[in-house]
Design a binder for this molecule. Structure first.
Ligand SMILES: C[S@@+](CC[C@H](N)C(=O)[O-])C[C@H]1O[C@@H](n2cnc3c(N)ncnc32)[C@H](O)[C@@H]1O
Length: 559
């Protein structure tokens, strides 16, 4: 195996190669029957796109001899370019291939550009996350995007700048056909890209797959197909099951629908059908308020080393630490938050089970022998050398957050949960806290955990949250604050009906029977109080399931 083929080397430069069915489809669209078309793949890898483009050009009448001046590829990996040459030769033609960092290639507007202006740009740019896409490479890519009028933040993955820079090589009325990560529709860092697409192109199509398309990458992808110039205010969306559906896909056919996305913010609601979107929007605007209406979202304590700073009862006793040197917390993680509230009894039970229910928080002047011996144990473990501890004075005293009224579990497989903090304990950053406003309705602390288990709020979580590695739904504080929850009138009215059943719900949830709980809440809140018909409530429930399946990579139709 060449060093450049090693999985870690491939991951570092985002080298995941596109399945031929996708490359063929995009290349054939990009050529558009024009035998003179000039086509560029700016990060061509082993040339799956260039092969498809050459074959298509030949099929529409291009002469074999001119393909070298029509098909262009760039890649920073010499070995990939070498293999590309071999692959193209086997197809019987040649292309112009450059071993270069694409960000170093001057654009046609600059002096020294080695490439002509293109009729089409095709390809699959590398997806390298910002943590690894750092230093000079990131600065260079940001500058290239900025030169095209797109300001990207330091959180942008590498594909974003690459896409923008590539379009600097595209003729004004040219065509773009790219494989991009599906997160381009939802993540905050891609917002400048979304706005730019609307400004730059006359028509934008997005092809979305129900199933993952890359065997060796866990990333979900969309196909971005755009053409012309002058801007547009709607996209056409084309949902397909998998790459085998592409052959029969017609970009202006009946299977597409047009959607005008919000001029700002995420596009994740693009996945909804028109009917789902209308029911959702009506219910939200007539009956819901954002969670921020009830209170503020707060971050939990960042200790820098939970395994040291969060202690079990037996560790406390072993070192002779007294409760006054610690504060009670909900233990790290959120698996234990199953019911509607986290009570003193729950805390005691976890304490008895040996969970880390204490957070080290001695007074600054504490010089007790118990503390000294615990700190020297930490020093042996190297705890003070960790980043968070190094920047904290003293290193052993993490900030403590006052007990919030509710916990918000922000990383979830199914949906985020609100749980009342009846134990009045503090918390770590494995969840968010919600502090209710002083004038929030009295019932809010008890009612929100139950009433948020409705399908409108859950669909809101799918739309406003972000899909994280492995399909986990993550909600940052700002996203949690925007979650649509029942407004005060609906909240009070629904809680009056449902409060007497509270114990049963709590038990059911603890035992994992959440579907029946949601059905009952939907029946009372969505149907009786919001006034949705049974068919409308079903439509929203289907939308939640489809969104969730999309997120976790299950077929959309599965229940
Ligand atoms: C996702 S792969 C796609 C390759 C090919 N287009 C395909 O779909 O099979 C991304 C490619 O980009 C290359 N690459 C990464 N950063 C690059 C850069 N700054 N300039 C040129 N190529 C780059 C990698 O070496 C890798 O071959």
């Amino acid at each position: 195996m060449q060093r450049s083929d090693h999985p870690s080397a491939k991951k570092a430069r985002g080298a995941f190669f596109t399945p031929p069915a996708i490359a063929d489809y995009l290349a054939s669209w990009a050529v558009e029957g024009d035998p003179a078309a000039k086509i560029l793949d700016p990060t061509c890898g082993e040339s799956v796109f260039l092969r498809s483009a050459g074959v298509e050009l030949r099929a529409v009448g291009a002469s074999q001899a001119t393909l070298k001046d029509q098909v262009f590829g760039v890649d920073l990996e010499r070995e990939s370019i070498k293999r590309s040459r071999g692959a193209l030769a086997r197809e019987g033609f040649d292309a112009t291939l450059l071993v270069e960092d694409f960000f170093d290639v001057p654009t046609p507007a600059q002096i020294g550009c080695p490439l002509p202006a293109m009729d089409a740009i095709i390809g699959n740019p590398p997806y390298v996350r910002y943590q690894e896409h750092a230093g000079v490479a990131r600065r260079k890519s940001q500058a290239a995007a900025l030169a095209q009028g797109v300001r990207l933040s330091g959180l942008a993955s590498s594909w974003a700048a690459l896409l923008v820079h590539a379009c600097a090589f595209l003729k004004q009325e040219g065509r773009l056909a790219m494989v991009l990560p599906a997160e381009m529709l939802t993540v905050g860092y891609a917002e400048p890209i979304r706005r730019w697409l609307l400004r730059r192109f006359e028509a934008v199509h997005l092809v979305m797959f129900d199933r993952l398309q890359f065997e060796d990458a866990s990333e979900k992808v969309v196909l971005l197909i755009a053409r012309g110039s002058g801007g547009c205010n709607a996209f056409s969306l084309l949902p397909v099951k998998d790459a085998s559906d592409l052959a029969s896909l017609r970009l202006f056919g009946p299977s597409h629908y047009n959607v005008a996305p919000a001029s700002e913010g995420k596009w994740s609601d693009l996945f909804l059908t028109v009917e789902q979107r209308q029911i959702f929007q009506r219910a939200v605007s007539d009956h819901c308020r954002p969670l921020s209406f009830y209170g503020s979202t707060e971050l939990g304590t960042v200790t820098g080393a939970n395994s040291f700073f969060a202690l079990s009862e037996s560790t406390r006793l072993e070192f002779g630490l007294s409760p006054s040197q610690l504060v009670r917390i909900s233990p790290p993680g959120s698996k234990h938050l199953k019911g509607l509230s986290f009570s003193k009894r729950d805390w005691t039970r976890l304490c008895d089970f040996g969970e880390a229910v204490w957070l080290l928080h001695p007074s600054k002047t504490d010089r007790s022998s118990a503390l000294r011996s615990y700190l020297s144990y930490g020093e042996k473990l190297g705890i003070p050398d960790g980043y968070k501890c190094r920047i904290r004075k003293p290193w052993w005293r993490p900030q403590v957050v006052a007990p919030p009224d509710l916990f918000f579990t922000y990383m979830s497989h199914r949906y985020p949960r609100l749980v009342r903090n009846s134990a009045r304990v503090s918390f770590l950053n494995s969840m968010h806290g919600i502090r209710l406003r002083k004038d929030a309705p009295k019932a809010a602390a008890s009612a929100l955990p139950l009433l948020c288990l409705n399908s409108i709020t859950m669909l809101g979580a799918e739309i406003f949250g972000r899909s994280y590695g492995g399909g986990i739904l993550k909600m940052e504080p700002r996203e949690a604050a925007s979650l649509p929850v029942p407004g005060p009138r609906a909240l009070n009215a629904a809680f009056e009906v449902l409060a007497p059943e509270g114990r049963r719900f709590d038990r059911d949830l603890k035992e994992g029977r959440w579907v029946s709980t949601i059905e009952r809440v939907d029946e009372v809140l969505l149907q009786r109080i919001f006034g949705l018909s049974t068919a409308e409530a079903d439509t929203i429930r289907e939308a939640v399931v489809a969104q969730r399946n999309r997120r976790i990579g299950k077929p959309v139709g599965d229940v």
